[in-house]
Design a protein around this ligand. Structure first.
Ligand code: S3P
Length: 454
């Protein structure tokens, strides 16, 4: 989506205890991958629980434009009939990924292994994000990027490889998007494509490739890393994918329940893959009450029901090596830290600067305008909290308007802050929330939150 029209602000105010049981929408990472692998497989893929947010819908459109049949068969239920590995058709018009770095970068990988040319584009946020990190390995595999403006930003043209070559690639930063792009291109290359990462990033692509029939192995590399090897030219076969609830979306009601006094909520089917749950680890270290039950799994992805109760939080130091497993959760962790006793220090945040916005700066400014004492470093953030105890809530906190910079997670994080602050918190634009969590307002209202147009 390209954000057009006037911005619509939202305001969150202190509310009574949150309560109830909810299921947040399907996981965004898994939803993108299910559509892409479904499109690269032979036969039919059925997906249930797909996230129907704008980011994922743009990926669905791009798969159609590349020749797959993609249909919605019911609420959150989708059917994909794929073209087979290497079988994409040349799209007739540019592929628009809106706000989604994941959709854009993963599809670049999938296109790179096919002898087609596609133009990639997105909104102002995506046009400002680095693409060289994806193009570098894809060019080593035989693809060619042309007409790139400003050193690898969108819009750009990608010419897929006629004869893709397998490579061994060490990712320069811990990024599941880079890893996945190389693996998806490697599907069409003869021989073994290997990706080595110094810090393990989310492994949904590996797990789902296996589920669709690819031969893929992942072994430890160094203290925190992985070496992933994919055998090229598999016959991927259509599969059934059940998408668990997104832990990155669950993070918002979870932190809200922790900081709004006397709250007690339950979240169903939350994915608990350990490469995604760094936030839960950190919150528990801070004293959060988050209980897991009904632990189960599907297609290699574990999930559980979570019960979250309002808790007295204390500041902690979050180590840099935990960053890949909670990379999207720092904005809402910073909000939790604003209500904790003492200082929370978050290290290893350099990647936050190149997300949907410069999240490190956006979070620091948002905290400051709402009365939180914090220090923004080059790659770290320190937040000194003001716990409310049983007295007035978030004493002195709130009262500011936060600039969201086309970033859904900045918008939702600061709305959570408003629910427990003494004064309301306003965010300047609600539009981007629909990219990952279209049900956010209704779901939060159902739990008792007060979030309205000011
Ligand atoms: C994602 C990977 C992460 C994350 C993004 C989703 C994915 O990006 O920030 O929201 O689905 O692969 P990086 O791996 O590039 O850090």
């Amino acid at each position: 989506m390209t954000h057009s029209g006037p911005a619509i602000p939202l305001e969150a105010r202190a509310c009574g205890p949150l309560s109830g049981k909810v299921r947040v929408p399907g996981d965004k990472s898994i939803s993108h991958r299910a559509l892409i692998l479904g499109a690269l497989a032979v036969g039919e893929t059925r997906i249930s629980g797909l996230l129907e947010g704008e980011d994922v819908l743009n990926t669905a459109k791009s798969m159609r434009a590349l020749g797959a049949r993609v249909e919605r068969t019911g609420p959150f239920a989708w059917r994909v009939n794929g073209v087979g590995v290497g079988g994409f058709a040349e799209p007739a018009s540019p592929l628009d990924f809106g706000n989604s770095g994941t959709g854009c970068r993963l599809v670049m990988g999938a296109v790179a292994g096919c002898p087609v040319t596609a133009i990639f584009d997105g909104d102002a946020s995506l046009r400002s994000r680095p693409m060289r990190r994806i193009l570098d390995p894809l060019e080593l595999m035989g693809a060619k990027a042309g007409e790139a403006r400003d050193g690898g930003r969108l819009p750009l043209t990608l010419h897929g490889a006629r004869d893709p070559v397998p490579i061994t690639y060490r990712t320069p930063v811990a990024s599941a998007q880079i890893k996945s792009a190389v693996l998806l291109a490697g599907l069409a290359a003869p021989g073994v494509t290997t990706v080595i990462e110094a810090e393990a990033s989310r492994d949904h692509t590996e797990l789902m490739l296996k589920h669709f029939g690819a031969e893929i192995a992942s072994v430890k590399e160094g203290a925190h890393g992985r070496r992933i090897s994919l055998t090229g030219e598999p016959e991927l076969h259509g599969a059934e994918v059940i998408v668990p609830a997104d832990p990155s979306s669950a993070a918002f009601p979870i932190v809200a329940a922790l900081v709004v006094p006397d709250s007690d909520i339950v979240l169903a089917d939350v994915m608990t893959n350990s490469l995604r749950t760094g936030l839960f680890t950190t919150l528990r270290e801070m004293g959060a009450s988050i209980e897991e039950s009904e632990v189960r799994g599907d297609a290699g992805e574990p999930m559980a029901q979570l019960r979250v109760r309002a808790s007295k939080l204390r500041g902690v130091e979050v180590p840099a090596e935990r960053a890949p497993s909670m990379i999207d959760e720092y904005p809402v962790l910073a909000v939790a830290a604003a209500f904790a006793e003492g200082e929370t220090i978050m290290l290893g945040l350099e990647e936050l600067r190149v997300k949907e916005s410069d999240r490190l700066a956006a979070v620091a400014r948002g905290l400051e305008v709402n009365g939180v004492d914090c220090t923004e470093g080059k790659d770290n953030l320190a937040v000194r909290g003001r716990p409310s105890g049983k007295g007035p809530r978030g004493a002195g906190l709130g009262g500011g308007t936060v600039e969201t910079h086309l970033d859904h997670r900045i918008a939702m994080s600061f709305l959570v802050m408003g629910l427990a602050s003494q004064k309301p918190v306003t965010v300047d634009d609600r539009a981007m929330i629909a990219t990952s969590f279209p049900e956010f307002m209704d779901l939060m209202a159902g739990l008792g939150a007060v979030i309205e147009t000011p």
